[in-house]
Design a binder for this molecule. Structure first.
Ligand SMILES: Cc1cc2nc3c(=O)[nH]c(=O)nc-3n(C[C@H](O)[C@H](O)[C@H](O)COP(=O)(O)OP(=O)(O)OC[C@H]3O[C@@H](n4cnc5c(N)ncnc54)[C@H](O)[C@@H]3O)c2cc1C
Length: 494
């Protein structure tokens, strides 16, 4: 059957991103979004990865100007981990540890492992010095593509809704139930009995998973043997004199970790914890002790890590939290929504809107792999963090299952931060790549069997290069200066 009419259930980030992506890529589709005024959106999801600007400004070719004006983002170069034996280390969106300069015998990971410095290349040097971008000779920022954004969820949804209206996407405000049919779903039924029918139903109903989970009863594959956290307590405070950091902070806590996300006028904190090791009250106490400035009553969000076995079942495609979830340790949920929505749009385009069984199978395989890759990468954050000796972290060190990351970790333990593993043990679509793995393994100083001692000349060269990166960073612009500059210059984006 040719897909002409699409009903999207849900108007959180997932539903709205699905609507815009489909409409922009397949303009003659009739796209309607159904959302419940009573249920509302989850209201979290504020850290992004470079997939976000790539999706909106390159793939969908939207103008960044309006995003900047409505959503008021700040820039994120990566994550600062207060984690493992170093006081801190930096995960960037650039490739740093797998790089090898012609003057050096090994890739940078080998040199970084030996040191106590908390950065390992040009972008992490900027992060370590709280600088966002290099300064051009005229004083304006030199933007590069190794960045993402921090954006308040409310403002993000507002921007996305505005885009939907410009693209003539219809909205229906109603809480619906679903009627099952031969192809999957036959119709969505509103409280007043109105039947809403479509050729394709996108389930973006969040954790409720109204269509895929509740009606179609797709099996759920949990990630509880790798990721033990299942709750977050969230609060924040208005920014006063604190500098705006160009990164998210992930700080080790007794039964999990705490994020700090930087908005221009608000600092958002959230403690992700495991309810098997910590009650809500104890988490609240620890969270408030660590963040005495929290100005609102913190709220608890419960979640379950894992994914449904398939996300395209019959005439239903799940997008966002309705199909899978992992905690935001690498802020990957919006990234995966970008991938899910662009792959769906391309699938409809390439199949002349008549998706075939092989295409659906491939889509499901691709999505399952993307979720499992994230689980595996997050698992190494837990398996090797020696920062706190609490029952939770003891359990993480002993019991975290590495699944698909096991072979790469085994290789690292024997061979060190060698890039040889990347090509063999990671498939090309792994979004963290070898550089991501090396950052986490060397950042946490996970010991290995092939320590490398560079010769004096080589050591001197590496140290001089680091000094150069450091002085470049010290000359860079901070987030506040970059914001002032783009506003003054009429908002020019890379
Ligand atoms: C603690 C926490 C922190 C997070 N941090 C990040 C982060 O930093 N970065 C990141 O990328 N992601 C993060 N996420 C994930 C992020 O929240 C989601 O990826 C994103 O908000 C998408 O949510 P959603 O649209 O799938 O669901 P929701 O926002 O829950 O939207 C669900 C929609 O479905 C509608 N709906 C549901 N049932 C019905 C019904 N029966 N009838 C009509 N409408 C219905 C609701 O009205 C709503 O519009 C975080 C998640 C959590 C839990």
């Amino acid at each position: 059957m040719i897909t002409r009419k699409v009903l999207i259930l849900g108007a959180g980030s997932a539903g709205l991103m699905a609507a815009i992506t489909l409409k922009r890529r397949v303009p003659h589709l009739e796209v309607t979004v159904v959302r419940s005024p009573d249920i509302g959106v989850i209201g979290v999801g504020e850290g992004t990865t470079p997939s976000f600007p790539r999706h909106f400004f390159e793939y969908l070719k939207l103008k960044p100007k309006q995003f900047y004006e409505v959503a008021e983002p700040t820039w994120k170069l990566g994550i600062q981990f207060l984690w493992g034996p170093r006081p801190k280390f930096h995960f960037t969106f650039a490739l740093e540890l797998e790089q090898r300069l012609p003057e050096l015998q090994r890739n940078h990971g080998f040199y970084y492992f030996n040191e106590d410095r908390d950065w390992a290349g040009p972008v992490s040097a900027f992060m370590a010095h709280d600088r966002a971008f290099p300064r051009k000779p005229d004083g304006t920022p030199l933007f590069h593509k190794s960045h993402a954004f921090h954006v308040e969820n409310k403002k993000l949804v507002q921007w996305l809704e505005g885009l939907c209206r410009v693209h003539e996407i219809a909205f229906i405000d109603a809480t619906v139930t679903a009627e099952r049919g031969d192809a999957g779903i036959a119709a969505l039924i509103t409280e007043t009995g109105q039947r809403l029918e479509a050729d394709l139903y996108v389930d973006a109903s969040g954790f409720r998973s109204e269509l895929l989970g509740r009606v179609l009863k797709e099996p759920f594959n949990g990630y509880a043997d790798a990721l033990f956290c299942d709750r977050a307590i969230i609060g924040g405070w208005p920014r006063t004199t604190e500098p705006i950091k160009p990164y998210t902070v992930a700080e080790t806590m007794d039964a999990g970790w705490c994020w700090q996300i930087e908005h221009e006028n608000w600092i958002n904190r959230g403690y992700v914890y495991a309810s098997a090791f910590c009650t809500d009250d104890a988490a609240r106490d620890e969270f408030l002790r660590a963040n005495p400035k929290v100005a609102n009553e913190p709220r608890v969000v419960k979640f379950r890590s894992g994914r449904y076995a398939r996300n395209w079942v019959g005439n239903v495609v799940g997008i966002g939290n309705s199909v899978g979830f992992v905690e935001p340790l690498e802020a990957t949920a919006l990234q995966i929504i970008c991938v899910q929505t662009s792959t769906l749009a391309d699938a409809l385009l390439d199949s002349l809107q008549e998706p075939t069984p092989t295409l659906k199978t491939l889509y499901n395989h691709f999505n399952a792999q993307a979720w499992d890759d994230i689980r595996d990468f997050l698992a190494i954050h837990y398996r090797f963090n020696t920062r706190r000796d609490t029952p939770f972290w003891q359990a993480c060190l002993h019991d975290t299952q590495l699944h698909g990351a096991q072979a790469l970790v085994d290789f690292y333990l024997e061979n060190g931060p060698s890039i040889v593993a990347g090509a063999q043990l990671l498939h090309p679509s792994n979004s963290f790549g070898m550089d991501g793995y090396l950052t986490l393994l060397t950042g946490q100083k996970v010991d290995h069997g092939k320590r490398y001692q560079p010769k004096p000349a080589e050591d001197k060269f590496w140290k001089e290069r680091c000094t150069r990166w450091e002085s470049d960073a010290q000359r860079g612009l901070d987030v506040k200066q970059c914001l002032a500059s783009v506003r003054q210059s009429g908002i020019q984006w890379a």
